[in-house]
Design a protein around this ligand. Structure first.
Ligand code: URP
Ligand code: ZN
Ligand code: ZN
Length: 466
């Protein structure tokens, strides 16, 4: 099936132009600028569906964007013995498609002692059965031994070039282990991603609050405030500098952490930062709401100053990517922690909101459309090793394309979202502009509010190095 998208404004990270986009067998074959008479050079004849172009779309007034790449989702994340995050790979990726996301990256979390490679194959099968868009996987590392270090090279060769470590939770690495992981990643040219919160500091605060009977969601925030995250980010950056390894800080949510990252970048270290839309649009005030436990995630949303600094980081190229950490649990599951914030399953939603929210900010003039494309598509593609097939509207790239109507206003509600979740933190948020179509490798998978894709269509992304 060949597709022609005519008369739109094509936006890549490096600029925009009025151009027609031709797609053949799922790949972009031409991006041709408009001539003075409004037509493009060799595509001008194709006004109607023809034996060559089976679909011709008039994108007048629309922006033609590369699909977003959300490199941080947790679909079917196991929590305890019986609970799982609300979205599986079908509902999660269909919601993603409806928000203009054309690739996601999720996580493999091997059991202690389990082979990384075996865990990867298992997770890949689960995802491949249901994913409606292309998907990559990061490998979780919760222990360091000779076998794990050897297997890192093996899974990298299998297309998993990023490894995620934690500085808190039961499966955290010690400082020494973290350093060994960084050194090994440097040897094999892989990327270490880190969840940075200081374990000892937060455990002490949690214990103090629980002992004092301070058990509400607000105390979730107070147990993991700015300094808990800052201390860990500073440590992670210090270890990255010592080892010279590439480091990617996931879900950055605090001002002082941003400063440590900025300094390392200015000194020339390969330190990258991701933040999430929830940290740009909300603050810790959400935890004071009666339904505040629904928004419990770690790191929690911080104060106004951190929110302001994250926007500073976006505007000044300190933050490299936007991703969602999409990990919602149903409100009745969040109720497990109604009398104890430490029992609330952590995570919020965002996979369907990421691109529309950021593009709306561009539409309001707070940031350029090009920068949104860079943060949500081209930088994720580069950093996680899937260029040139993903991340831009360029001949030779996969036809992962979003048509965006800058004049279509949209108010987010649980009712018009496609996740399997009974509420949304984004309820009532008004957006200027909204995606109207999403194509994955040339196939229309979303149109005007309706998901049109298929379970199992998504392909595993074998990734290389940055
Ligand atoms: O609260 C969150 N973010 N849950 C998902 C797991 C993680 O730490 O990223
Ligand atoms: Zn995390
Ligand atoms: Zn996460």
């Amino acid at each position: 099936m060949n597709l022609l998208i005519k008369n739109g404004t094509v936006i890549n990270a490096n600029g925009r132009r009025k151009a027609d986009v031709a797609v053949c067998d799922g790949v972009i074959t031409a991006v041709e600028e408009k001539q003075g008479d409004g037509s493009s050079a060799s595509l001008r004849e194709a006004e109607e569906p023809s034996p060559y172009f089976t679909e011709v779309v008039d994108a007048s007034g629309l922006l033609v964007l590369p699909g977003a790449i959300d490199v941080h989702t947790h679909f079917e994340l196991q929590f305890g013995e019986t609970l799982s995050s609300a979205d599986d790979f079908f509902t999660g990726t269909s919601a993603a498609a409806c928000g203009g996301v054309t690739s996601i990256m999720d996580f493999v979390t091997p059991e202690r002692g389990e082979s990384l490679h075996v865990a990867l194959e298992k997770r890949k099968r689960i995802a491949a059965e249901k994913a409606c868009i292309d998907f990559g996987l990061h490998m979780g590392i919760s222990e360091i031994n000779d076998l794990v270090l050897a297997e890192m090279a093996k899974v990298k060769a299998a297309g998993v070039s990023s490894f995620k470590v934690f500085m808190t939770y039961a499966f955290r690495l010690s400082e020494e282990e973290f350093k060994r992981a960084l050194s090994r990643a440097k040897e094999i040219d892989a990327l270490i991603m880190v969840h940075a919160e200081d374990h000892e500091l937060l455990e002490a605060k949690r214990a103090e609050f629980i002992a004092a009977g301070k058990t509400d969601a607000w105390h979730h925030y107070l147990s993991r405030p700015e300094d808990v995250e800052t201390k860990a980010v500073e440590k992670a950056v210090e270890l990255a500098k010592e080892t010279g390894a590439k480091l990617y800080i996931v879900h950055l949510a605090c001002a002082e952490g941003l400063k440590a990252i900025e300094k390392a970048q200015q000194e020339g270290y390969p330190v990258y930062a991701e933040t999430c839309p929830q940290y740009l649009n909300f603050t810790c005030e959400v935890y004071k709401r009666s339904d505040g436990r629904n928004f419990v995630c770690s790191p929690p949303m911080k104060g106004e100053q951190s929110k302001k600094m994250l926007w500073y980081g976006i505007k000044n190229n300190i933050i490299d990517t936007l991703a969602t950490d999409h990990c919602p649990f149903q409100s009745f599951d969040k109720d497990m922690g109604i009398n104890d914030f430490t029992k609330i399953p952590n995570g919020v939603m965002g996979v369907e909101n990421l691109y529309p929210y950021m593009l709306s900010e561009a539409n309001k003039g707070n940031i350029t459309f090009e920068r949104v494309v860079e943060l949500c598509s081209s930088n994720p593609a580069k950093i996680f090793g899937i260029t040139p097939s993903k991340g831009s509207i360029t001949p030779g790239s996969d036809a992962d394309i979003v048509l965006y109507d800058p004049d279509k206003d949209f108010t987010i509600s649980q009712k018009n979202m496609h996740s399997n979740i009974d509420y949304t933190i984004w309820e009532g948020t008004r957006l200027n502009g909204y995606p109207v179509r999403t194509y994955s490798r040339g196939n229309l998978i979303y149109k005007d509010g309706e998901f049109l894709g298929n379970s199992g269509y998504g392909q595993f992304l074998r990734r290389g190095s940055f």
